[in-house]
Design a protein around this ligand. Structure first.
Ligand code: GLU
Length: 419
């Protein structure tokens, strides 16, 4: 029987490997193999036609050793508890890699939001917020956008929480609209981080962006802004895809035109019209003959088959968990350099951290300050992970996990085990 893909097991596998290389005994990091809290909620929503539908939702807190738990909320019809747990643990690892003072959490609602009206989506969000309310708060656990959630949804979460408190609490959630305490630069931050990491990697390899061809899978918040910024940086983006398929043009795609065309998910790539592009499948984009591949869609996209066949020399992971553990072994064997998600896609959570800092200090930073501080933090983390991978002759994924695990274990040791 085929092994069922479980991203939490993949996370544990890498964690064990990193712990082994760090010389940790299991008792030193065993707590990190378990999530601290898992809340499952059933969310009743009054639909527009008067009927009631009940949706499953989760909020999982993996670790609070290094600070308040932090992580997004995703709406997707295929989420389950294992995916939410893995995403939550990856948040602890991400925050530790870039050394921002947070633990990790994640929330999810099992729903296809494209099938809901705006009113239904708002009622679902507010009821879900009310049901996870005992867990969240600016000092406890701070949600943010993730797949299929956005600034508007964060605004509803902020309002719902604030109504229960009786006063405005902007710091309960990040990725909010600017007008109610959101940060400049947050919308494009994950894509910006992906672009920065691609740039740092090319620099380490003595490669020029202009001589580097790129394929990007996914044109959601992360993929679209990564595509735009990677293109602006001078890379030659020749292949992109969304859920409807992909387009390839060896001479380089007109990325601003494509992103403009599908903006806000109102249109799909399959309806894009340009005589110079070839319409291909999503898989063709993953397998495109490029130097750099940026998976920026969902987890479990680069499986063993794709890993065996793909032609890219470098991968910068924009999505969370796009490569399975078994596929990762194949990529390593093939000498393909992978900058892992827990480093490459941290731009979002780093600017979330800036947003929260601005909220609790009642300050607002200008966009330059946000972008410059982001680049400083990401560059430091990249250098640390790259140097460790060179020193220990391990993949960057393993090196990033080692950096993160060390910070998490150190924090746990200093704090001790209660009681
Ligand atoms: N959902 C994003 C992530 O997976 C952002 C999390 C945050 O800003 O808290 O990194």
């Amino acid at each position: 029987m085929e092994k069922k893909y479980n991203p939490y097991n993949d996370m544990l596998e890498v964690l064990d490997e990193a712990a082994g290389l760090l010389g940790y005994k299991e008792e030193e990091y065993i707590a990190l193999k378990h999530c601290e809290r898992e809340l499952k909620v059933s969310i009743p929503v009054k639909m527009d036609d008067g009927s009631v539908q009940v949706f499953d939702g989760y909020r999982v807190q993996h670790s609070s050793s290094r600070g308040p738990c932090k992580g997004g909320i995703r709406y997707h019809e295929e989420v389950d508890i294992d995916e939410t747990k893995a995403l939550s643990a990856w948040m602890s690892l991400k925050c530790a890699v870039v050394n921002v003072p947070y633990g990790g959490a994640k929330g999810a609602v099992k729903v296809d939001p494209s099938k809901l009206s705006k009113g239904e989506l708002e009622r679902l969000t507010r009821r879900y917020t009310a049901m996870i309310l005992p867990l969240i708060g600016p000092e406890k656990d701070i949600p943010a956008p993730d797949m299929n959630t956005n600034a508007e949804v964060m605004g509803w979460i902020m309002d719902t929480y604030s109504m229960f408190k009786g006063y405005a609490v902007p710091g309960v959630v990040t990725g909010k609209p600017i007008e109610i305490g959101g940060s400049l630069g947050r919308g494009a931050a994950t894509g910006r981080g992906v672009m920065l990491i691609a740039k740092y990697l090319m620099n380490s390899l003595n490669r020029k962006p202009e001589e580097t061809t790129v394929a990007i899978q996914g044109l959601g918040n992360v993929g679209a802004s990564a595509a735009l910024q990677i293109h602006e940086e001078g890379f030659k983006v020749i292949a992109v895809s969304d859920i409807s398929g992909g387009v390839i043009c060896e001479d380089g795609l007109n990325i601003p035109e494509i992103v403009g065309f599908i903006a806000n998910k109102k249109r799909l790539l399959k309806d894009y019209k340009n005589d110079k592009v070839r319409f291909v499948t999503n898989e063709d984009v993953l397998l495109a003959d490029v130097d750099l591949l940026v998976p920026a869609a969902m987890q479990n996209q680069i499986n063993e088959e794709i890993a065996t066949k793909l032609k890219a020399k470098y991968i910068v992971e924009g999505a969370n968990g796009p490569t399975t553990a078994d596929a990762d072994k194949i990529l390593n064997k093939r000498g393909i350099i992978v900058v892992p998600d827990i480093l490459a896609n941290t731009g979002g959570v780093v600017v979330s951290y800036f947003e929260w800092v601005q909220n609790i200090q009642h300050l607002s930073w200008d966009e330059n300050e946000v972008n410059e501080t982001l680049a400083k933090i990401m560059h430091k983390a990249y250098e640390e992970v790259y140097a460790l991978s060179q020193e220990k002759h391990v993949s960057m994924r393993l090196a990033a996990n080692m950096v993160a695990l060390k910070r998490l274990v150190t924090a746990k040791k200093i704090r001790g085990i209660f009681p």
